[in-house]
Design a protein around this ligand. Structure first.
Ligand SMILES: [Zn+2]
Ligand SMILES: [Zn+2]
Length: 319
């Protein structure tokens, strides 16, 4: 089978390797390229040491079941959660399962034709879905559900800073939750795409205050700048990943006298993944419109190139 190997910054190689063996073997139908994959491709990443296979957003078809799994059958199409919390530790029990230190993981990246999943992981991390490329969005949408949950009050007005695929998923959720939603984005291509989805967007914020401000772009200075746009009791959500030692400066007056919260969210828990799968299945046509660029593994560098230019929403590989 073909597998796309990451060999270091801007170095990819499509290799022929043996098909994996394991409890459950899945033929990948589609795999999304996310911000982390892009960052790794461009600059490297401490978590992904080359040579390795990247990709953690995927769906596919079960082609082999070598263990007895009650709810799954060969031929089922499934969305794959890349990790699953243990459900038993202190962090799981105190209500932050996304931070669980005893997760089970998908052991390999999904920019390949087949993956094997252990029984333990498969029993919790595979969700039956229909065959549609939009199912790739289950993982990013799960992260968005987690972020939304961290907002202190349910926003009447929601501001999303950064209109990449994650920002737009946030905006779509905001709209479906009945929030007056606005996206700030600089790329003209993206602005047009966001507006075509019926979401208000511009390169500067509109008048007025917001109960939730989502930072879906990792520029730490923006957090301080946008604090003045937070309504009393509103939240600033640091959703993007920030470099390890970067600091943010937030007006302490706003935090105390106006009860503006600074919150963060990282990844997802299984309940968020489940909610994402349900949402995608009920609105698949809407979410499919985010899947703007499909590539074969052979053309992988082009996929990363177009994503880094900001002239795409979700870029994905179709296998
Ligand atoms: Zn991702
Ligand atoms: Zn746990």
């Amino acid at each position: 089978m073909k597998a796309l190997f990451y060999l270091g910054p801007e170095r990819l190689e499509l290799r022929e390797i043996g098909k994996p063996k394991g409890d459950v073997v899945i033929k990948i139908l589609g795999a999304g390229v996310c911000g982390t994959d892009l960052k790794t491709y461009l600059k490297g990443h401490p978590m992904f040491k080359p040579p390795t296979i990247l990709g953690h957003e995927c769906y596919g078809k079960i082609v082999e079941l070598n263990v007895d799994m009650k709810s799954l059958e060969v031929g089922d199409t499934v969305a794959v959660a890349p990790y699953a919390e243990c459900g038993k530790c202190d962090l799981c029990e105190t209500g932050v399962p996304e931070l669980c230190k005893s997760k089970t993981y998908l052991e390999t990246g999904c920019f390949t034709q087949y993956i094997a999943v252990s029984r333990e992981h498969a029993s919790r991390a595979l969700f039956k879905v229909t065959d549609d490329p939009a199912q790739i969005l289950a993982e990013p949408l799960a992260c968005v559900f987690n972020g939304f949950e961290k907002l202190r009050v349910k926003p009447r007005r929601l501001l999303v800073v950064g209109g990449g695929p994650m920002g737009v998923l946030f905006a779509l959720l905001g709209v479906s939750e009945g929030c007056e939603t606005f996206v700030i984005e600089k790329s003209a291509w993206r602005l047009e795409h966001i507006r075509s989805l019926g979401i208000e967007a511009a390169d500067t914020p509109p008048e007025g205050l917001f109960d939730g401000i989502i930072f879906a772009v990792n520029i730490p200075e923006l957090v301080g700048q946008y604090t003045r746009l937070a309504n009393d009791g509103g939240s600033l959500l640091l959703f993007s990943g920030y470099p390890k030692d970067s600091l943010i400066e937030v007006d302490s007056y706003a935090v105390h006298y106006r009860e503006v919260s600074v919150v963060g969210s990282f990844g997802f828990a299984l309940k968020h993944f489940e909610r994402a799968v349900e949402t995608l299945s009920s609105q698949v046509e809407l979410f499919r419109r985010l899947m703007t660029h499909r590539f074969d593994l052979e053309n992988a560098p082009k996929a990363f190139e177009i994503l880094s230019k900001g002239e795409a929403m979700k870029v994905f590989f179709g296998m």
